[in-house]
Design a binder for this molecule. Structure first.
Ligand SMILES: NC(=O)c1ccc[n+]([C@@H]2O[C@H](COP(=O)([O-])OP(=O)(O)OC[C@H]3O[C@@H](n4cnc5c(N)ncnc54)[C@H](O)[C@@H]3O)[C@@H](O)[C@H]2O)c1
Length: 303
């Protein structure tokens, strides 16, 4: 069991969506929460909300997790100012949502900077002290797209496959060298946070668009139980089994499920939401920059 009461939990991407919900739940369980994000208004709102109920138990740091040096500096600041960290939740993420020829170089680089390389910078900022203390927990929010490729996700799906490999290798390294440090991998289908606004499910009774509050509860519960892998909904857990099919048949099954048309109406997070996260408007998080423009430009994959 990973006990959240009395622990210190660092959550990246805590200003919005899943990160914000998980932060609130961890605080409810009695944890001290350290939120990292690019959205200062979102962080301020989160800290104020937690502090109202649990004074002194919330900290917000403006950190770009893609910036290696900034992450190392912020990691040292957290350890000095807040104290030892028990749980790290790698949650910050971005999506482009464009066909491969419509993606800009910057979008591809940003996707790998935030969704992949940041996993190393953030985890390594806290792992040595976890290993030294003989306990800790690293949770990584990947995606169902980490288990299969999807049209309009050549960058996102590849980055989430990397996140799955990151978690699995970290898990077995810790099992061998620091068994007190646990890991949890999270692979959800689409969630109604706004990040994938416009994405759809053809067969909602098998593949529902998930509710962010419920996903956050499931993540917190998985961490508390040291569950190694959380796949949501459970039907997505069949994907690795379907891989035994010949590739053309696998692709047909995904077509029947509507997976490869699920991004056709993708808009992403285009406007500033209530938590203050800026999308295209400021380009700050860059979660959907120029995606729709790319779609309108071609509407199909062009050379
Ligand atoms: N929403 C979905 O449908 C869905 C599905 C599967 C997996 N996921 C994954 O869940 C995680 C959370 O997604 P969400 O839906 O809550 O998205 P969200 O857009 O609501 O939240 C992401 C947060 O990450 C922050 N962020 C982005 N880049 C950052 C950076 N460089 N440095 C620091 N913070 C940064 C944003 O400011 C934002 O607050 C992501 O890793 C995402 O890939 C989401």
């Amino acid at each position: 069991m990973t006990k959240l009461a009395g622990s210190t939990v660092v959550i990246t991407g805590a200003a919005s969506g899943i990160g914000r919900r998980v932060a609130l739940l961890a605080a409810e369980r009695g944890a001290t929460v350290v939120g990292w994000d690019l959205s200062q208004p979102g962080l301020d709102a989160l800290v104020a909300e937690i502090e109202r109920r649990s004074p002194g138990r919330a900290h917000g740091y403006w950190v770009n997790v893609a910036d290696k040096d900034a992450v190392a500096k912020a990691g040292r600041a957290v350890l000095a100012e807040v104290g030892p960290v028990d749980v790290v939740i790698n949650n910050a993420g971005v999506v482009s949502g464009a066909l491969i020829n419509d993606l800009t170089d910057e979008q591809i680089e940003r996707t790998f900077d935030v969704n992949v390389l940041a996993l190393y910078w953030v985890t390594r900022a806290f792992l040595p002290q976890m290993m030294g203390r003989g306990h800790g927990h690293v949770a990584t929010v990947a995606s169902a797209a980490g288990l299969l490729g999807v049209v309009r996700q050549t960058d996102y799906s590849a980055s989430k496959h990397a996140a799955v490999g990151f978690d699995e290798s970290l898990r077995v390294e810790m099992r061998r060298y620091a068994p007190g440090v646990k890991t949890t991998l999270v692979c959800p289908f689409y969630i109604n946070t706004g990040m994938f606004e416009g994405a759809s499910s053809r067969i909602p009774f098998l593949l529902p668009i998930l509710d962010e509050t419920q996903v956050a509860k499931d993540i917190v519960s998985a961490i508390e139980k040291n569950k190694q892998r959380l796949v949501l909904p459970s039907t997505v857990g069949l994907v690795p089994l379907l891989r035994a099919l010949p590739v053309p048949l696998f692709d047909r099954v995904m077509d029947v499920l509507g997976i490869n048309k699920s991004m056709d109406e993708f808009l992403g997070r285009r406007h500033e939401d209530e938590s203050g996260v800026a999308g295209v408007a400021s380009g700050e998080t860059g979660t959907a920059t120029s995606t729709k423009a790319g779609t309108e430009a071609t509407g199909q994959l062009t050379p």
